[in-house]
Design a protein around this ligand. Structure first.
Ligand code: AMP
Length: 188
């Protein structure tokens, strides 16, 4: 059983590592970015509302992602653990998550901060944009997403540090080395 929150800049490797860890622990990998991209692709009401913000590299409004997480954490597969990737993204979302987890009588075990220098994440994201065709992986949007990360999401590092739950892992290592460091941190 594990409940983990992954923090880290876009391109830090959150998605890749969260997926590996979720598979090995048999718990769902919950990525708000993946859920929003699927909603955009399916042109749902949520997707239509979110698309302009995502294309601009901005956060989508809190109310949209808060409803989405409330529904997702209520599903049966999320009762034995989960990995949150890309949520919370600002202090409002983190406060909401605290309240929701208290309601659900669940406790987050660790918050993982995947730490990678800016130049490295920009290079990774430009490369990913070429390979995957993801529309927000172009250089202007990447820089905006990094700025949004610094302004709105990075303050959560202190928020969780104060709670004594933060584990920082150097994300500038081979994928296998990062996975090993994560596995060690999660059992610790
Ligand atoms: P990601 O795949 O996590 O990098 O997210 C891609 C985009 O989806 C972000 O740039 C935001 O526009 C949006 N997004 C994902 N998660 C959130 C969230 N928790 N709050 C607001 N916007 C989000």
């Amino acid at each position: 059983m594990a409940r983990l929150i992954f923090l880290g800049a876009p391109g830090a490797g959150k998605g890749t590592q969260a997926k590996i860890l979720a598979d090995s622990h048999g718990i769902p990998h919950i990525s708000t970015g993946d859920i929003l991209r699927a909603a955009v692709a399916n042109q749902t009401e949520l997707g239509l509302k979110a698309k302009q913000f995502m294309d601009a590299g901005e956060l989508v409004p809190d109310s949209l992602v808060i409803d989405l997480i409330r529904e997702r954490l209520a599903q049966s597969d999320a009762q034995k653990g989960w990995i949150l990737d890309g949520f919370p993204r600002n202090v409002t979302q983190a406060g909401f998550l605290d309240t929701l987890l208290a309601e659900l009588k669940q406790v987050c075990d660790h918050t993982i901060n995947l730490d990678v220098a800016d130049e490295i994440v920009v290079n990774r994201l430009v490369k990913r944009g070429v390979e995957s065709g993801r529309s927000d992986d172009n250089e202007d949007t990447i820089r905006r997403r990094l700025q949004v990360y610094r302004d709105q999401t990075a303050p959560l590092i202190d928020f969780y540090q104060t709670k004594g739950k933060l584990v920082t892992i150097n994300g500038d290592q081979s994928m296998e080395a990062v996975t090993a460091a994560l596995q060690a941190a999660v059992v610790a």
